[in-house]
Design a protein around this ligand. Structure first.
Ligand code: PMP
Length: 381
């Protein structure tokens, strides 16, 4: 279709998306068009994207390694900084090895298409992140989606297949904030000799006693969940992603994951910055505790105001509105009061389930949450 007509259609449907230009650093306060906004839309959950120790590790890394990595990891782009970060991520997640990818999107499409092919089957939660769904389609395996977080439906779809089966799920659902029922899923995987892969983009750094994510939260082992993917651009506050697992899994990905093999390695300085942020994640549990406290305070306040919340115990607290245009109107009303909350619409969420996605950071203070609640109280839809 012609792009002009398509754009007009997106605007008409309330699905047109606008970028806002941020002046200066990420953080709780950001400046947009000369106005100061309190930011409740970032995935920088632990407040590390602009932490002085992380910034200085990036600067020192650039002094030492330069900016560009020069090539893919398999050519000459794999530096001692990348290597050290991989070892630290393996230790952090309690796995034999970890492998860096340039982004989470690339990790997911690369891993799924390396692990399964035409004669296999991939089962995915309906609400999985787009990169997991795209990975499933790209793999050319038989592709089935089961109902959201529904182990009974998953079991039905696993039964009676003679193919090798890969079950793929978000750990924390990015637009709902709820957790996948992983203990039940791990049991099903074992009963059906299927492999379980978890994308823990929103759990790494945030969940588990030491921040090792949703698997630590549930106490699940590498044997139960052989493929763990995590991102570095959210809880860890930097950029990139990793996959952690057995020696052979990682070795296979190095050989066969096309989005690993055929792309330039992330800058080594970013790996250095991530090493610094990983240290903070491991040694400052107060950041996780504060996130819990802020989310809880928000939940109580927002439900008293009559807003419809989803059942989320994470740092992602969506307010379900339904209609896309009303969701935009609500987010604009918040912007006018100085609060930035993302309006999430289809295709990111299913039709009729548009929402405000409120996310918290360990750098928010109670007064920020109270201010947001006051702003929400002033909105009439
Ligand atoms: N998986 C999930 C669940 C995500 O939310 C995201 C980021 N939105 C990704 C993967 C992609 O990660 P990245 O931004 O590093 O490409």
């Amino acid at each position: 279709m012609n792009p002009t007509e398509r754009l007009a259609q997106l605007k008409e449907q309330g699905l047109y998306r606008r970028r806002r230009v941020i002046e200066g650093a990420q953080g709780i306060e950001v400046w947009v068009d000369g106005e100061r906004l309190i930011n409740f839309s970032s995935n920088d959950y632990l407040g590390l994207a602009n932490h002085p120790a992380v910034v200085s590790a990036l600067k020192n890394g650039a002094e030492r390694y330069g900016v560009g990595s020069g090539s893919a990891h398999l050519i000459c782009g794999h530096s001692s900084a990348h290597h050290a970060l991989e070892e630290e991520l393996a230790d952090f997640t309690g796995r034999r090895r970890a492998l860096l990818f340039s982004t989470g999107y690339m990790a997911n499409i690369g891993v799924i298409s390396a692990l399964v092919g035409r004669s296999d089957k991939v089962l995915e939660d309906r609400l999985n992140h787009a990169s997991l769904l795209d990975g499933g389609l790209l793999s050319r395996a038989q592709f089935q989606r089961y109902r959201h977080a529904d182990s009974a439906d998953l079991e039905d779809k696993l039964s009676g297949s003679s193919r090798r089966q890969l079950i793929v799920t978000d750990g924390v659902f990015s637009m709902d904030g709820d957790l996948a029922p992983l203990p039940a899923m791990a049991k099903l995987a074992e009963e059906h000799q299927a492999t379980l892969m978890v994308d823990d983009a929103h759990g790494i750094g945030v969940l588990g006693d030491h921040g090792a994510g949703v698997l630590q939260h549930f106490g699940l082992s590498q044997q139960q969940v052989p493929v763990l993917m995590g991102t570095l651009g959210k809880g860890l506050g930097t950029f990139g992603a990793f996959v952690a697992g057995s020696e052979d899994l990682i070795e296979l990905l190095i050989q066969q994951a096309r989005s690993y093999v055929f792309t330039t390695a992330m800058p080594a300085a970013v790996a250095e910055a991530t090493r610094a942020s990983l240290k903070i994640v491991r040694t400052e549990p107060w950041r996780r505790e504060k996130l819990q406290m802020l989310s809880q305070r928000f939940r109580e306040g927002a439900s008293q105001l009559g807003w419809r919340l989803l059942d989320s115990a994470s740092a992602i607290q969506p307010i379900l509105i339904g209609d896309s245009r009303q969701t935009i109107a609500a987010s604009e009303a918040l912007l006018r009061q100085g609060y930035w909350v993302g309006a999430i619409r289809p295709p990111t969420v299913p039709q009729g389930q548009a929402r405000l996605r409120v996310t918290f950071s360990a750098n928010h203070q109670q007064q920020h949450v109270d201010g947001l609640l006051t702003a929400l109280a002033a909105i009439k839809l």
